[in-house]
Write a protein that binds this ligand. Structure first.
Ligand code: ARG
Length: 572
């Protein structure tokens, strides 16, 4: 089915076009009417005519009588109020549509999403939490939209620290090292290696030789390196399972994967005349980048010691994703501090001809996670906060609050529910604010059942579902008439019809919080409806009509949460 927004937009676009070729109706949901189109203001300016006159001219050629009543308001707004007949038919269609009005994308894109991307033998920190949660929400949103998603977990699995890490592995013995890493004690592993490296010259020398052996492809060294990678990936997978994230070990395509392509990156940049020697390093000076003194800024592709850096790998990754994977969109879910890195890498790729116009390439940046003191989120000892610890703590809190609310709930059922609530709490807190902003990690607020939280939305869903458990027989949704006599019913109904545009806005802007805002608003509309309108106690046909509104609310909440990566339990 075509969404209400798209239907109105198409009719308006045609009418605006008659008054001013190609004019945008600027349609959006409104508090005054159901929708408002403000395009007459800009069009009036362009035509040099009074806005109200332009608005009247648009209305004269507008055919929407089957959808909405139109009124010119204020300086020249078009207020559109959906007709009762349209509302009833649209809600009926919604009941028969598993996609709840969201049309599948045409054409479908192939989208590479680079996310999570932690570092081998290093603890995942809250920045990786954000990348994982936002990236997975985007992956699910794209998949639901009908696109093909290729996840790329671009783990840091290469570089000079691996000499030191491998030597530390040798010192501990493989079994001992595997035990430490397997337990997820990556902080300790990395820190101990580092301490030795800084204090012990012999160890430092061994590490240096080990890097050379690693780069030279020494089989035993590669085997030891693989132990480190495999143990870390196993640990990452545990974290993903804990968070209910769709990444799998097959999505791990680390920095090392691009090693064989790096020589060609340099050679081709050279051939394109883009490569410049600067202090022994080979750099590209992309257009439009300067330091504070106005001097051009280099992107270092190969260091003076011949080693390749992070930038070279990302250039090779672009070539792979465009040239071999044939991606239409490249997304990088990485924190804001890497903005300049990505901007420079993208620009170099464009100049080198590796990134065609038609391919969308975006750094999906995000802000910091702050502690309660509004400083960077760290443990009291100043260490990285362990991700798993956070999930465990959220689970414990959810379990405690469940024990209070539902003392009758069996232990394992309670535990399972607590896990679902904890994930919702953590993910929603991350997803519900503009990703470019910092946010304060406040577990108490996140797990609360009140306020704009994940558990609140889960609870809203479960509350609707509980109504249906009190029914003796399933309802036939075949022939529901929606009279929408009460204003709260009507408000809920228009909210239910607005999922497609909320979803589209979230997807096109790569801002999952827009979907969160929609779902929170819908839950509030439902609460207002439920307070004002008895459901099971109502007489027919109102009872069935209200049950249908409940049904659609539950489905919309469930679908919306699921594309964000949040489960919607039946009871809470
Ligand atoms: N491993 C990097 C880090 O922890 C993030 C990698 C992001 N992806 C990329 N293609 N550069 O900061």
């Amino acid at each position: 089915m075509t969404s209400t927004y798209d239907l109105l937009d198409a009719r308006l676009t045609a009418a605006f076009d008659r008054v001013g070729r190609g004019a945008d109706p600027v349609l959006r949901a409104s508090e005054r009417a159901d929708y408002q189109a403000n395009g007459a203001l800009a069009l009036a300016k362009a035509l040099g005519r009074p806005p109200r006159e332009v608005a009247e001219a648009v209305v004269a050629g507008l055919e929407v009588a089957d959808l909405a009543a139109v009124e010119v308001a204020g300086p020249g707004f078009l207020n559109l109020t959906l007709t009762p007949g349209y509302l009833s038919a649209a809600l009926g269609a919604l009941l028969g549509d598993a996609r709840l009005g969201v049309a599948p994308a045409a054409p479908a894109h192939r989208v590479v999403i680079d996310y999570s991307s932690a570092n081998v033998a290093k603890e995942m920190h809250v920045g990786h939490l954000r990348s994982t949660v936002i990236g997975d929400a985007l992956a699910r949103m794209y998949r639901f939209a009908g696109h093909e998603v290729i996840a790329r977990n671009h783990v840091g699995d290469w570089g000079t620290p691996f000499g030191m890490l491998i030597e530390h592995l040798v010192d501990l013995g493989e079994a001992g090292a595997a035990a430490t890493l397997g337990m997820g004690d990556l902080n300790a592993f990395y820190r101990d290696a580092r301490v030795k490296f800084d204090a012990d010259d012999a160890f430092k020398e061994r590490s240096r030789l080990r890097v050379v052996a690693l780069q030279g492809g020494d089989p035993e060294t590669l085997r030891l390196w693989r132990v480190l990678v495999e143990q870390s990936v196993r640990y990452f997978s545990e974290v993903y399972a804990k968070l209910d994230v769709t990444l799998s070990p097959e999505d791990v395509v680390g920095e090392s994967f691009y090693n064989p392509m790096l020589e060609a990156v340099v050679a081709d940049l050279e051939a394109a005349g883009l490569l410049v020697e600067s202090d022994g390093a080979r750099c590209v000076f992309p257009r439009g980048f300067a330091n504070r003194d106005g001097e051009p800024l280099p992107l270092i592709v190969q260091k003076s010691d011949e080693g390749f850096g992070y930038a070279a790998t990302d250039l090779a990754a672009i070539r792979d994703r465009v040239g071999n994977l044939h991606a239409d969109e490249l997304l990088y879910v990485v924190g804001t501090p890497q903005s300049q890195h990505f901007a420079m890498v993208f620009e170099v790729a464009r100049e080198a001809g590796w990134l065609p116009e038609g391919v969308r390439c975006e750094h999906v940046n995000f802000g910091h996670v702050l502690g309660p003191d509004r400083k960077m989120f760290k443990t009291r000892a100043g260490e990285t906060v362990r991700l798993v610890g956070l999930v465990d703590e959220a689970t414990a809190r959810a379990e405690a609050s469940l024990a209070e609310r539902h003392p009758d709930l069996a232990g394992d059922e309670r535990r399972h529910l607590a896990t679902q609530i904890a994930r919702a709490a953590i993910k929603y807190a991350d997803l519900s604010t503009d990703r470019t902003h910092d946010y304060v990690f406040d577990l108490d607020r996140m797990v609360a059942f009140e306020g704009d939280t994940g558990p609140y939305l889960q609870y809203a869903h479960a509350r609707v579902r509980s109504i249906f458990r009190r029914l003796e027989a399933p309802v036939d949704w075949g022939a529901v008439a929606f009279a929408l006599a009460e204003p709260e019913e009507r408000r809920l109904a228009t909210g239910l019809l607005a999922l497609p545009e909320a979803f589209a806005a979230a997807l096109s802007s790569l801002q999952p919080h827009r979907l969160c805002t929609y779902l929170f608003d819908l839950a509030q509309r439902f609460t207002a409806f439920y307070d004002a309108c008895p459901v099971l106690a109502a007489d027919e046909p109102t009872r069935t009509e209200r049950l249908a509104l409940c049904e659609l609310t539950a489905r919309t909440l469930r679908l919306g949460l699921s594309v964000l990566g949040i489960e919607a339990p039946e009871r809470m």
